[in-house]
Design a protein around this ligand. Structure first.
Ligand SMILES: [Zn+2]
Ligand SMILES: [Zn+2]
Length: 139
């Protein structure tokens, strides 16, 4: 996605900080918190504050560039991939994995049928213990 163009289209200024924030989100692909993004950028962008990261994420969310995830770990996590996909979060190390191969559309249809709602947003998430933490805890 050309985020500079998207920002311009929506009437927002294209700043090096905004571009850098999006690039970290996309490149690291780990559903980071604002704090994690801030830490990654601190060295190259010493003048950037955590508040800037939060504010930028609000803008990105408003124009549909990111999706905010609330996966039950007390802080928002951000996803550049705005398509519907389920997530699983490790309750020990807090990593989050995408579950692109898990089909949730049938769940959506079932919810629509039972509730008679028109479903506009679907968010499925699971919690568990990731393979790495399982390995560590078995030693
Ligand atoms: Zn883990
Ligand atoms: Zn995701």
């Amino acid at each position: 996605m050309d985020i500079a163009q998207k920002l311009r289209e929506e009437g927002y200024k294209v700043t090096p900080q905004r571009i850098a924030i999006y690039n970290v989100l996309y490149a690291e692909n780990n559903h980071p918190t604002a704090e994690m993004i801030y830490q990654s950028l601190r060295e190259d962008h010493p003048s950037m504050s955590l508040a800037t990261v939060y504010k930028t994420m609000e803008i990105f969310e408003r124009i549909g560039l990111v999706r905010v995830l609330d996966l039950g770990d007390d802080c928002s996590r951000y996803d550049w991939d705005t398509r519907n996909h389920p997530h699983v979060r490790c309750t020990m190390c807090n990593r989050i994995n995408d579950l692109h191969d898990v089909q949730v559309n049938c769940l959506r249809e079932e919810v629509a049928r039972h509730s008679e709602y028109e479903i506009t947003r679907l968010h499925v998430s699971f919690e568990g213990i990731c393979p790495e933490c399982l390995r560590k805890s078995s030693h």
